[in-house]
Design a protein around this ligand. Structure first.
Ligand code: PBG
Length: 324
């Protein structure tokens, strides 16, 4: 007698009965680009369906997401002014600080996460302060991140997500927040963030491509896996509540390794280039959109991600899911 695994695949009902993993809309986070100047709002050509919002547009988008059951957003600011020290990032009236307040004013139970990095705010496009050789200075950059984090907390952010990859930033942000009574602000650390080609469309959207050089001096080298676990362990020791692996699709082995090694919630960031890649194939008629999206999101869950940050959150939530 042979055992016949196909028996459990015969009908949609049986498949649903034995399905091991599920995508939950409440665990999806939609990234939102919010521009300080209205003229910077508009479509993002490599990311069809995604746009840069004005402040009002971002609030409306959050209303729509909330109604669909997506209750978490990740904010990225596109400031009017850039300089060498990212001063718009720690301006209490900066675009992210205003967006946090505006979203919470109409949707108090929306979980507002603010990406924390300097690259959208520096004129040179790097994630921190540069020395004369054009290298990012770690500790001076951490000081700037701490300054910005405090202003996000003062604006009422629920969660701060440092994406800069400076050493020691999680600990510095945690103690600065705690010292000011913001002990309830969550830190979701971009812990295993790789120097990836898949951020290309994002940099076009956020205007944050480095003018010279690249980010390999601070983001991780793609072939490394053990180092990711070391980075995650450090961030947890420093006080991270949630740790992230980024990108997601080519790094599912890292998501799985992190899930097996640590007991904190793990987030996977399905980045802009992954979105662009799938949408380009869909627009060419080469991939079936809904099926490809459902499969991809389910695979993130299967790999061990608790939280998925994805540009597909809204459209996933807007569709009925039979899981046939
Ligand atoms: C900021 C930041 C980036 C992304 C998230 N935060 C860009 C980068 O590191 O160059 C990428 C997100 C995406 O590609 O969707 N440092």
């Amino acid at each position: 007698m042979i055992y016949r695994p196909r028996r459990l695949r015969r009908t949609a009902g049986l498949r649903a009965l034995v399905r091991e993993h599920h995508v939950r809309v409440e665990r999806l986070v939609q990234p939102i680009f919010v521009a300080e100047r209205n003229e910077d709002a508009g479509p993002i050509s490599p990311m069809p369906g995604i746009e840069r919002f004005t402040l009002d547009g971002a609030v409306n988008e959050c209303r729509a997401l909330h109604a669909l059951g997506v209750r978490s957003v990740l904010l990225f600011g596109i400031p009017a002014h850039k300089d060498a020290v990212a001063s718009s990032n720690y301006d209490p009236k900066g675009i992210v600080q205003r967006a946090i307040r505006a979203i919470h004013a109409v949707l108090p139970d929306m979980t507002v996460v603010a990406d924390l990095c300097n690259c959208e705010y520096t004129d040179h496009g790097h994630c921190g302060v540069l020395n004369e050789r054009g290298e990012v200075l770690n500790d001076k950059t951490v000081d700037l991140l701490v300054k910005a984090a405090i202003t996000y907390a003062e604006a009422g952010v629920d969660c701060i997500a440092p994406s800069d990859m400076m050493d020691g930033r999680v600990g510095a942000i945690r103690s600065a927040l705690d010292a000011r009574g913001f002990d309830d602000v969550v830190i979701m650390a971009y812990s295993a963030k790789y120097a990836s080609a898949f951020y290309g469309p994002f940099r076009e959207a956020a205007g944050s491509a480095p003018q010279r050089g690249d980010r390999r001096g601070y983001q991780m080298d793609p072939p490394n896996a053990r180092e990711a676990l070391r980075e995650i362990a450090l961030d947890i020791e420093e006080g991270a509540d949630i740790v992230m692996v980024k990108p997601a699709l080519p790094y599912l082995d890292i998501v799985r390794a992190a899930r097996d090694a640590f007991d904190v919630p793990i987030a996977a960031y399905n980045v802009s280039g992954e979105y662009a890649m799938l949408m380009a194939a869909v627009q060419n008629g080469w991939l079936e959109r809904d099926r490809a999206i459902d499969e991809m999101l389910a695979c993130f869950v299967r790999a061990g991600a608790d939280i998925i940050i994805t540009y597909f959150a809204k459209e996933y939530a807007a569709r009925p899911h039979s899981h046939a």
